[in-house]
Design a protein around this ligand. Structure first.
Ligand code: KIV
Length: 302
């Protein structure tokens, strides 16, 4: 196994100019595939509220749900650093509550660090979590948990005042001990200025090419939803098409009686006469050694 990625690896990547590759994951199967594909960081994002749970925002996601998904992802990941997102209202009330909830993502969910949205107003909270030895990733710009305050999912920092505020927030988070920063939905010029002003890495989503790394929601990059195509998303696959085709082929074979065929059916090992039935099961050769073994549990890392 390649060395596990840590927050120190990520800082070093910035120093040597190696781009950080981060992607969201919500379960062990995806975590395993994405980890093997070369992800440096797997973010168990509260975006799961939208892409997994079907809500129209991230606001309904709970701590228990985040812990559950974090634990699944950490079981699937080997090399990648796993970041657990702190859901809405898990850190806003008080630094004490924030520390307790961040602790759950680490101790119960197995995350290596946590992420929270917000700027200088959360500097004390970041400090408190870091003091508890839990690394914190910040998140600035378009912060989905503030959708009502922002008046929608709109690009942030386009004008001078907003841009200055976001830059100040970035500096405050670094000062408070954040080890990295997600920049979401900001102009690329602002992302470049912030990236050049910080010693900690920036990871962009809709923030242009100058960030130290990039993150996308895995369902978006895989093309799971043909109806969701914001400007910042590039689809690297058409999984919606592939899944539709594969599932359609399965349904067609079931309807035709073509599946399951002999190759996908089990045979009894003895001349079996069923007591409750007059039907005699035809003689069959006993299975060869190992022939009838079931495959691995679906999705379990092998
Ligand atoms: O929840 C999430 O997936 C995120 C990323 C979009 C950065 O916060």
């Amino acid at each position: 196994m390649k060395d596990k990625v840590t927050i120190h690896t990520l800082k070093r990547f910035k120093q040597i100019g190696q781009k950080i590759c981060m992607v969201t994951a919500y379960d062990a199967t995806f975590a395993h595939i994405l980890d093997q594909s070369g992800a440096d960081v797997l973010l168990v994002g509260d975006s799961l509220g939208m892409v997994v749970q079907g809500h129209d925002s991230t606001l309904p996601v709970t701590m228990d749900q985040m812990v559950y998904h974090c634990a699944a992802v950490t079981r699937g990941a080997r090399r990648a650093h796993v970041v657990g997102d702190m859901p809405f209202m898990s850190y806003q009330v008080s630094p004490q509550e924030a520390v307790r909830n961040a602790g759950r993502l680490v101790s119960e969910g197995g995350a290596g660090s946590v992420k929270l949205e917000g700027g200088a107003e959360f500097a004390d909270t970041v400090r408190a979590i870091v003091r508890a030895s839990i690394p914190v990733m910040g998140h600035l710009g378009l912060t989905p948990q503030s959708v009502h305050k922002m008046g929608g999912y709109v690009v942030q920092g386009r004008d001078e005042d907003q841009a200055r505020r976001i830059l100040d927030d970035a500096l405050a988070l670094e000062q408070a001990g954040a080890y990295a920063l997600v920049l979401e939905g900001v102009p690329l010029e602002l992302a470049r200025t912030i990236t050049q002003s910080l010693t900690i890495p920036t990871i962009g989503i809709g923030a242009g090419r100058y960030c130290d790394g990039q993150v996308l929601v895995c369902y978006d990059l895989l093309g799971m939803n043909p109806d969701f195509k914001p400007k910042f998303v590039k689809r690297y696959a058409n999984m919606h098409g592939s899944i539709t085709e594969a599932a359609g082929a399965f349904f067609a074979e079931v309807r035709q009686g073509a599946f399951p065929d002999e190759d996908h059916s089990f045979k009894s090992s003895k001349n079996l006469r069923l007591a409750a039935s007059s039907t005699q099961v035809p003689d069959v050769a006993p299975p060869a050694e190992g022939e009838e073994k079931l495959g691995p549990v679906y999705g379990a890392p092998v």
